[in-house]
Write a protein that binds this ligand. Structure first.
Ligand code: NAG
Ligand code: NAG
Ligand code: NAG
Ligand code: NAG
Length: 186
């Protein structure tokens, strides 16, 4: 009888402890932050306002960068976030804009936004206007370079470089096709 009880207890303990251990160890798994272009707006490409000269002279790119820490037990210290923009339709062109957002600390399971305005230079607007007016799309490639250091139980782990990029497709609304959020990937 004693033996039988012991094995039932053993089974119970294993059944209860296994998921606890699995959940705990999964929670400590590290993840790179998830970065997205939540919104991009290029006023000059907006054709629906009658293309007044004023909007066409507004050669800025507005973006809403979303930064997400998905980890429940690790904070993230970001170094400076370097954003570089390219006119993707012409790979031989140098960068058409750049922006550096200051680094910061992001707590557990937190989401942050950086809404920035980027001055462009050398973007072939005539080419972009022709594409947009013809009902076509314009692709802007965004590259983000930064460093991340994870913080666990008050201690920082090693700093790691992180480079991610995405192609954002814009139409005659001056915004992403279907207002789609685009994830930046490595
Ligand atoms: C817009 O610009 C064009 C060419 O640069 C010019 O001919 C036209 O007069 C301008 N229109 C307005 C409303 O300023
Ligand atoms: C790409 O840009 C380069 C440099 O401005 C230019 O010489 C070339 O004609 C462009 N190519 C296209 C396909 O627009
Ligand atoms: C970044 O932008 C500044 C001014 O907007 C410009 O002088 C510089 O050359 C750009 N750097 C790169 C790498 O494009
Ligand atoms: C960001 O840009 C600055 C200035 O150009 C540079 O010193 C720094 O190394 C860059 N950081 C990354 C992660 O590329």
């Amino acid at each position: 009888m004693g033996k039988c009880c012991i094995s039932i207890w053993t089974i119970c303990i294993v059944i209860i402890l296994t998921p606890v251990i699995v959940i705990l160890s999964l929670s400590f798994v590290t993840h790179k932050p998830r970065l997205y272009i939540q919104d991009m707006y290029v006023p000059a490409l907006k054709t629906t306002t009658g293309s007044s000269n004023a909007t066409r002279l507004n050669t800025f790119i507005f973006i809403d960068l979303k930064l997400q820490n998905v980890m429940p037990f690790n904070g993230i210290r970001y170094g400076d976030l370097n954003l570089t923009f390219f006119y993707a339709s012409n790979a031989s062109l140098p960068a058409v804009g750049n922006y550096t957002a200051a680094g910061f600390y992001q707590g557990l399971k937190k989401t942050a936004h950086r809404r920035v305005v980027v001055r462009t230079s050398g973007l072939p607007w005539d080419d972009a206007f022709v594409k947009i007016s013809g009902g076509s799309v314009v692709d802007i490639r965004v590259e983000l370079a930064t460093t991340v250091k994870l913080r666990r139980c008050g201690r920082y782990l090693e700093r790691e470089a992180m480079v991610v990029k995405a192609n954002v497709r814009l139409d005659g609304s001056g915004e992403e096709v279907n207002k789609k959020t685009v994830r930046l990937v490595g």
